[in-house]
Design a protein around this ligand. Structure first.
Ligand code: FAD
Length: 375
């Protein structure tokens, strides 16, 4: 094989999935994660059918389902919670598994870390890459812990604000603010909640996602109110989140009253990025949010990061020269990720301006179809 030794930079969903997938095809893998604590924020994630399909190829889908909660479809409500606007059932993606799954980020992280460990990836935390030099022999990397090693391929999975992207591709293409912000908090699950409930508001949407038999998260994606700052201090987040939920009725209004602890609220501006193809220069390839970070409207960012790892390992396993491996990866990944980033952005644009000629349900459907196309 042309790719026998790989460095993965970043131990998030994409980096860990790539490490597991590459180990499964016999590649030696070092993974570095800059955060010594390897902290994961405490909310949850939707795993759409294509995420379960990719995790199934890694042998991890069942673990996620056991530790998560099935999501069988979606119910859309008016903002005041008095009218059900529509209800859909999601089609099954993997026989024997639910169509979608909700899981806490911590549990998903633990599943991926255990899989990377048992597959034999060498993981170092609290470490970053300080220098990357390339020649015909390989990529030669210096690390913040003083080590130096050479690799056939360096995989940058260091997220939306990728340092490796800046080092290798320059800073012309950066994550951009979409105009919306996301609020999330974990709460006790509404009894019987087994599908996404989404409430359509004037400036965005709010909703619930089941995560475990006793847990769900409430999320809100909204346009920043006129005159309000985008960045907010941690102190006061709970009361600010309650204020932002004022337009909603029904179950959102009931659960709004449970938002009391600033430390439990996860708030962040929504940003996205689509790095033009190709996502590789020489022996450095970017995957996950570093290359194609999407707004969360279709629940696809983590799913695409997992798919990247699976597809990369399949291309490496062909044994073709590295240039063809990387071209094969791009051929399978670019259009799909582009459709997801751009489709999600269009839904967000419509949420911010309902006069735009965009049908958000039709776009969401198109994105779901693109995501479920064969890998
Ligand atoms: C509000 C919101 C809701 C979302 N909901 C969903 C959802 O329901 N379903 C879904 O599939 N996706 C969802 N996503 C998207 C998903 O979270 C991301 O797409 C996914 O986490 C990307 O994984 P990644 O591994 O590429 O990057 P990250 O998760 O950002 O991981 C990057 C890792 O690299 C490390 N790192 C950074 N710099 C360095 C460095 N220099 N050296 C070493 N390590 C470094 C970081 O510490 C981190 O551990 C959502 C995103 C948001 C913002």
């Amino acid at each position: 094989m042309s790719v026998r030794r790989v460095l993965v930079v970043g131990g998030g969903i994409g980096g860990l999935s790539a490490a597991v997938a590459l180990r499964r095809v016999g590649v030696e893998v070092d993974l570095i994660e800059k955060d010594a604590e390897w902290s994961v924020y405490g909310v949850g994630i939707i795993q759409p059918g294509n995420a379960l399909r990719a995790l199934d190829r890694l042998g991890l889908a069942e673990d996620c389902v056991v530790q998560g909660h099935p999501i069988v479809g979606m119910r859309r409500w008016s903002a005041d919670g008095t009218t059900v606007l529509g209800e859909t059932d999601f089609p099954p993606a993997v026989p024997g598994l639910p169509p979608n799954n909700g899981i806490t980020r911590r549990r998903l992280h633990d599943i991926l870390v255990a899989a990377a460990d048992s597959a034999g990836a060498h993981v170092r935390t609290g470490v970053s890459a300080t220098a990357v030099e390339q020649d015909s022999e390989g990529a030669h990397v210096g690390f913040s812990d003083g080590q130096h090693h050479s690799y056939d391929l360096v995989v940058g999975a260091d997220g939306l604000y990728s340092r490796l992207r800046e080092q290798i591709f320059g800073d012309d293409v950066k994550a951009k603010f979409t105009g919306q912000v996301a609020w999330r908090i974990n709460l006790p699950r509404i009894p019987g909640l087994d599908r996404l409930w989404m409430y359509r508001g004037a400036r965005g949407s709010a909703g619930f996602v089941p995560l475990a038999h006793d847990l769900m998260y409430m999320l809100t994606i909204e346009k920043v109110p006129d005159g309000a700052p985008v960045r907010l201090p941690r102190e006061g987040l709970a009361s600010e989140y309650r204020n932002r939920l004022a337009e909603y009725g029904g179950a959102v209004a009931e659960h709004r009253e449970l938002v009391r602890d600033d430390a439990e609220v996860v708030y962040r501006p929504v940003e996205n990025i689509l790095l033009p193809a190709p996502w590789h220069r020489g022996r450095v390839l970017l995957i996950g949010d570093a290359a194609h970070g999407t707004s969360p409207h279709c629940g696809q960012g983590g799913a695409q990061a997992i798919e990247d790892g699976v597809v990369l390992a399949e291309e490496v396993a062909t044994g073709l020269p590295i240039e063809q491996v990387l071209d094969g990866f791009m051929n399978r990944r670019f259009d799909r990720c582009k459709a997801i980033v751009e489709g999600s952005e269009r839904i967000g644009s419509w949420e911010q301006d309902h006069t735009l000629d965009i049908d958000p349900d039709a776009v969401a459907y198109e994105v779901a179809v693109a995501a479920m196309a064969p890998l």
